[in-house]
Design a protein around this ligand. Structure first.
Ligand SMILES: NC(=O)c1ccc[n+]([C@@H]2O[C@H](COP(=O)([O-])OP(=O)(O)OC[C@H]3O[C@@H](n4cnc5c(N)ncnc54)[C@H](OP(=O)(O)O)[C@@H]3O)[C@@H](O)[C@H]2O)c1
Length: 334
């Protein structure tokens, strides 16, 4: 709990920080000063922090390496507005919110007021912590880039992961035939439960021939690839003529460079998605609202596959990067 000792101006809080890049063990449970919201910001008392695969890449020094250390990880926080900075409407105080932020593995985190999403009571803090990073990513790869429509087919790699399970559900809601890839039996069961029509165990069979068999030699209209190096060639081979490969992650390493010449034979498209690409407020609002209303209506489920106390961030990272999790990984803070 944060402490405000008599005579000491700055309040303190617990947070997970790392001082050098490396394995999960570099994450340290520390006592540090509480942040102070600046103009246009609020201070959120964090109840649940979302853990994302990219956090493990940042910690390993593979991504965002220019950010100075020590650093607190965590791109999304769900909690209660505890303090407002200058110029912020005080009616936000006490409201349940979720927001994209940069330091959510902590008891308190700052967020710009424009990033706040008010939470309906029906959405828990843990579910909300799985909504923004993975939800917006799933929404944009399925709808904005993939432009998937009823009657089409999609191949979704890592279909039982955080983004994967959301993408499976969004594609199914759009009337799309979903083929997922996963490793392991539990992941297969879960991907099917959340709506995948077919599941390919890419830990034990070749993907492209199976996709060709499942589509009677046509291939799929769209592939959503977050795995990268180990799936890339199967993704390209699984596409139908005029197909589209959307790349949005490299969990197994970077894919090879794409030669434009290699796209001609099947008139293919390759595109990429990044959550931090500047986006119009209208487009972001539309995506958030679509996700929240689908969730509140019970049509979109955030499966929290692992929920641990904040102090156990090391274990959360170990399991996530070791392919030992399904759905969302959350750190409980309160
Ligand atoms: N572009 C963006 O803005 C953006 C935003 C959010 C996430 N992402 C990316 O989307 C992907 C999914 O993120 P997430 O947080 O939802 O993670 P996740 O999918 O829950 O976890 C990663 C999954 O990738 C699969 N995988 C395949 N090969 C792997 C390997 N060599 N090492 C580790 N995992 C491997 C594993 O599933 P199997 O065991 O079934 O193979 C694993 O469970 C990540 O690549 C992430 O960086 C990108």
């Amino acid at each position: 709990m944060p402490s405000r000792k008599a005579g000491v101006m700055s309040a303190r809080m617990k947070a997970i920080r790392y001082h050098e890049v490396g394995g999960p063990e570099v994450l340290r449970w520390e006592d540090i000063p509480e942040p102070v919201p600046e103009a246009g910001e609020v201070l959120i008392q964090v109840h649940a922090a979302g853990v994302n695969f990219a956090d493990t890449e940042r910690r390993r020094g593979l991504y965002d390496a220019q950010v100075p250390l020590p650093r607190i990880l965590g791109s999304e926080a769900a909690g209660v507005v505890h303090q407002v900075g200058p110029g912020v409407d005080p009616s936000w105080l006490g409201r349940r919110v979720v927001a994209l932020t940069t330091a959510a593995y902590a008891e308190f985190t700052r967020a710009p007021v424009g990033e706040l999403v008010a939470l309906p009571d029906s959405v828990s803090f843990e579910q909300a912590a799985g909504l923004l990073v993975q939800g917006l990513t799933a929404y944009h790869v399925v709808h904005t880039l993939g432009r998937l429509e009823a009657g089409q087919s999609v191949l979704i790699h890592a279909a039982a992961g955080g983004v994967g399970l959301l993408a499976v559900q969004l594609a199914k809601r759009a009337g799309v035939r979903v083929i997922g890839t996963v490793s392991g039996e539990e992941k297969e069961r879960l991907a099917r439960e959340l709506g995948a029509d077919e599941v390919v165990r890419y830990d034990r069979e070749a993907v492209a021939p199976r996709v060709q068999a499942l589509t009677h030699g046509k291939g799929v209209n769209v592939v959503l690839d977050s795995v990268g190096a180990s799936t890339w060639s199967a993704s390209m081979e699984s596409l139908a003529p005029f197909g589209h490969l959307v790349s949005y992650g490299n969990a197994s390493g970077s894919p090879p460079p794409v030669s434009v010449e290699s796209l001609y034979a099947k008139s293919l498209q390759v595109s990429a998605y990044w959550l931090r690409t500047p986006e119009s407020p209208e487009s972001r609002r539309r995506a958030r609202e679509a996700l929240l209303s689908a969730m509140a209506a019970g049509e979109l489920r955030v499966v929290v596959g692992l929920s641990l106390p904040l102090s156990q961030a090391v274990e959360a990272h170990r399991r996530l990067e070791g392919r030992g999790t399904v759905g969302k990984v959350v750190l409980r803070v309160r």
